[in-house]
Design a protein around this ligand. Sequence first.
Ligand SMILES: Nc1nc2c(ncn2[C@@H]2O[C@H](COP(=O)(O)OP(=O)(O)OP(=O)(O)O)[C@@H](O)[C@H]2O)c(=O)[nH]1
Ligand SMILES: [Mg+2]
Length: 342
Amino acid sequence: MDVQDLLEKLLRGDVPALARAISIVENERPGFETLLSGAHRHLGRARRIGITGPPGAGKSTLTERLVTAWRSRGVTVAVVAVDPTSPFTGGALLGDRIRMEAVALDRGVYIRSMASRGSLGGLATSTREVCDLLDAFGFDRILVETVGVGQSELDIARMADSTMLVVVPEGGDGIQALKSGVMEAADLLVVNKADRPGADRMRKELEGALQIRRGNAGIRVTAHHGSLLKVQGPPPGADDEGWQPPVLPTSAVKGEGIAEVVDALDRHWDALTAGGELVARRRRRVHAMTREVADRALRRWLWQESDADARLIARVDEVMTGRTSPYELAAELVDGFRQASI
Ligand SMILES: Nc1nc2c(ncn2[C@@H]2O[C@H](COP(=O)(O)OP(=O)(O)OP(=O)(O)O)[C@@H](O)[C@H]2O)c(=O)[nH]1
Ligand SMILES: [Mg+2]
């Protein structure tokens, strides 16, 4: 398989080539880094949006609504559904839901599921790399949905330009999110299932928490419109980036509050580009990404190409009989390579 040929097809908008490239990257098959390297100078057009939140918060339903809203504005969208807890590529979580809808035959929409299959680079890296291919292909928006509010979801959220945290009125998700630090990474907070009781209380709770975080209570200006809250533009200079995360109520099942989310994402994008934060974020991404690629190359070399594993296997008995510990042995192995590389 000619990687260069595949890349050219992908850049021309060939969907089967895209699907093939994604599976090569996902499975880290030979040539995948050459492919990504070639795609790299075609990146930067797509806006990447991460959607995270506890299981069942309505992320997929919201995603579907956002896709429909963007498509009606002529914007193309790729959706990557990531399940960090599943060792299998799910598909059922999000893919089936959207595939059943009107967007199924729309060439402006592409849907892909991902799961942690024990790749060397880890799920966050693979997800970012699949997003790179979708960006190079030419999608206007890339939505990445991840289930949960833990560290692995956070890692995935960090590769987005805009990160959305979706919570529900019940269960004190807002506070949980705060503790896990996801709220720190959120540019938009969505209280979905606002058709249920408690949405307004949750919204206030989250706004209060955001204000405490910033230490500048009372700045936000908001107004009620029916059952849903409309959020005004952020006051300039409200924080370092000139951006205050809005708290947006939605009812994804009813399709309410969706236009407000689309608007808030556009405003966030404007704030990112106007303040130079987009370049700063993307610079951090390139830094993190290069470290990941180097990490993966080191691990590959250490365990697949060097004789480290053979040397380790030969000495496991020394640990078993108590002559050394795994820590001493690992330090010796690393020291050996360090000496050899100087
Ligand atoms: N009442 C109400 N139910 C909703 C709303 N949005 C989604 N749901 C329902 O909540 C359930 C979960 O929705 P999903 O969109 O699958 O949620 P999710 O966050 O993607 O779920 P996971 O990916 O499994 O974590 C479904 O039964 C939806 O119909 C809403 O706004 N209001
Ligand atoms: Mg889902």
